[in-house]
Design a protein around this ligand. Structure first.
Ligand SMILES: CC(C)(COP(=O)(O)OP(=O)(O)OC[C@H]1O[C@@H](n2cnc3c(N)ncnc32)[C@H](O)[C@@H]1OP(=O)(O)O)[C@@H](O)C(=O)NCCC(=O)NCCS
Length: 199
């Protein structure tokens, strides 16, 4: 079997990949589960998340969280998107979200950290963990992420995690009915070296 957008060996590599447990000293990434629903509703109702991530529905209901869970499960099953809950190892609490969606040999990364847990290096750690895994284990040629113009925190985080700023994509995103510009960033496999444990 081969998906429409993949060479057979690349597709097989994605399909055969079990959900990894990615972790460093402070955080661990794992698949989303039912226990995350309540926290997800609170997290996705945060004005900063609504402001910078237009694809998140507002208002955000328990049903939206359940639909996300189903979507995340499907992504793992068909090997096209990989969504992780970011958990804090010391407390076991879920503190954010990070994921990669694969299109051919390119991966798109998205993330957010729950309000109350920001500015503690969690976003940077999560982005580094998922980037290394996606480039090395999924064998992607390029990882990219775009940030709405004005989202200084996210653009700085991307560069701190090793992504290079490429430029402005005009009218790239639909922000709840308005086309807005975005800043594209990318990370290539050759740029991962030496970055694994530098946080
Ligand atoms: C963007 C976001 C994920 C950052 O997560 P975080 O865990 O707070 O980030 P970190 O603590 O790892 O910060 C890493 C670097 O990013 C930059 N940064 C993070 N938050 C910042 C802020 N509010 N203002 C300016 N720079 C910021 C800093 O350079 C920081 O390094 P430093 O603390 O050593 O100066 C978080 O603010 C968030 O979830 N925002 C709302 C949703 C969102 O914008 N998602 C991204 C959509 S593209």
């Amino acid at each position: 079997m081969s998906g429409p957008f993949f060479a057979r060996d690349h597709y097989n590599r994605l399909m055969s990949h079990p959900a990894p447990r990615l972790e460093d000293d402070v955080i661990a990434l794992r698949r989303w589960d039912e226990s995350d629903i309540e926290d997800s509703v609170v997290a996705c109702s945060d004005p900063e998340v609504i402001r910078w991530i237009p694809r998140i529905p507002t208002p955000y209901s328990e049903q939206d969280a359940r639909e996300f869970l189903a979507l995340a499960d499907n992504g793992w099953e068909d090997g096209r998107s990989f969504s992780f809950a970011i958990t804090e190892r010391a407390s076991g609490r879920t503190v954010g979200s990070v994921g990669v969606t694969v299109n051919g040999s390119i991966g798109d990364v998205g993330y957010f950290v729950f309000a109350g847990h920001r500015r503690r290096g969690i976003g940077e750690r999560a982005l580094k963990l998922v980037s290394r895994w996606a480039l090395q284990e999924l064998g992607l040629a390029r990882l990219q992420l775009w940030v709405m113009v004005g989202n200084v925190a996210s653009a700085r985080l991307a560069e701190k995690a090793g992504f290079k700023r490429e430029g402005i994509l005009r009218a790239w995103m639909d922000n709840r009915g308005t086309r807005v510009d975005a800043i594209m960033h990318s990370l290539l496999p050759s740029e991962m070296d030496g970055r694994s444990d530098d946080k």
